[in-house]
Design a binder for this molecule. Structure first.
Ligand SMILES: *Cc1c(COP(=O)(O)O)cnc(C)c1O
Length: 334
């Protein structure tokens, strides 16, 4: 696929002023632990609380002038990004969801200006409804990761990290569908091919890891995780992110729920940051010894849209019931 730094620089110009230049701040605790500079790219400070705004904005801004509107069926950060981006451009956004989605998420997306369509009792039914509506109402569907405009938007993060810290040795990227990792890896390696870029997923339901191991996109069972934004497949008909992640990531590392739990405590108690489980997988990879920091290291705090009840339990060291298993708690520092 023909995808390069030029696409990422074009995205940078397209989203400027809406979703760029988040802080990239040092973590003194992680620096003491690793003996190297350690920096956190704060995408939790974006207007929607997550980096997905970058890709969604770039996709929405690059649509033709006569576009009727956009549609997606994400109930998470992508849905929020698409809603916000469409409002910025002044076009219609529709987000399809199943009846099972909690009211708080429905309200959150509506508050960002999108229309919510409830269809069926499963994610698949919502998906079918979004396909039907896209066709019937001439709406453009925006993928959460497998779209060159989305990948280029996420890649602007890698460019900003390299611009701020040309001395980076390693970049740790939370990895799910791979839009973020693909964009960041291409940006970082275009600036300096010697920088190591490592994708990090949770050890249960890591679709990109399983797909690269199999040599083709595969489906794996989705299970509940503290890093819930990293759940979901890469699509059996994946067109872009599979090949880009396979070709540009140096490695993919998996971390356990216990390691995510502990890293969330570290980010909160040491750096005073409230963030989703998905954000701390880079820290978890270092703290567990699965990745050695060979020099200045950067990771991305991808978002802050989490259940505060679960967050509070973790900060208090309590057990967390994921539904199919319990993550054993431990007070921080005990
Ligand atoms: C979507 C998301 C990710 C993973 O991004 P992909 O492009 O799907 O790999 C990580 N963290 C958060 C908070 C997200 O919303």
């Amino acid at each position: 696929m023909d995808f390069s730094l030029a696409d990422i620089l074009a995205a940078r110009a397209a989203i400027r002023g809406h979703a760029d230049d988040t802080p990239f701040i040092p973590s003194p605790f992680m620096e003491a632990r690793t003996g190297h500079a350690f920096l956190l790219k704060l995408e939790n400070t974006q207007p929607i609380g997550a980096f997905k705004l970058r890709g969604a904005l770039n996709a929405v801004m690059s649509l033709p002038a006569d576009c009727a509107g956009v549609i997606c069926c994400s109930t998470g950060n992508h849905g929020r990004g698409v809603a916000y981006a469409a409002a910025q451009r002044g076009i219609r956004a529709v987000v399809c969801m199943s009846e099972l989605v909690p009211q708080a998420k429905v309200d959150g997306i509506r508050a960002l200006g999108a229309e919510v369509r409830i269809g069926g009792r499963s994610q698949d039914a919502a998906w079918a409804e979004s396909r039907r509506l896209a066709e019937a109402e001439a709406l453009v569907e925006i993928s959460p990761f497998d779209d060159p405009a989305v990948i280029a938007g996420q890649g602007t993060i890698g460019f900003e990290m390299m611009a701020a810290r040309p001395d980076l040795h390693t970049v740790l990227v939370p990895l799910s569908g791979g839009g973020l990792a693909a964009g960041v890896a291409v940006a970082v390696k275009s600036v300096n091919p010697r920088v190591r870029v490592v994708g990090v997923s949770m050890d249960r339901g890591a679709a990109m890891h399983a797909s690269i191991a199999a040599g083709r996109p595969v489906e794996i069972e989705e299970v509940p995780s503290l890093a819930d934004s990293l759940g979901g497949g890469i699509g059996l008909d994946n067109r872009y992110t599979f090949a880009l992640c396979r070709d540009h990531l140096d490695d993919i590392v998996l971390v356990s729920e216990e390691e995510v739990y502990h890293a969330m405590q570290v980010l909160y108690y040491e750096d005073r940051i409230v963030a989703e489980g998905a954000c701390v997988v880079g820290l978890a990879a270092i703290l567990s010894g699965k990745v050695a920091a060979g020099g200045a290291t950067g990771t991305i705090v991808t978002g802050r849209n989490l259940d505060m009840g679960v967050f509070t339990r973790i900060m208090c060291g309590e057990d967390v019931d994921l539904g199919d298993r319990i993550v054993k708690g431990r007070p921080y520092g005990a």
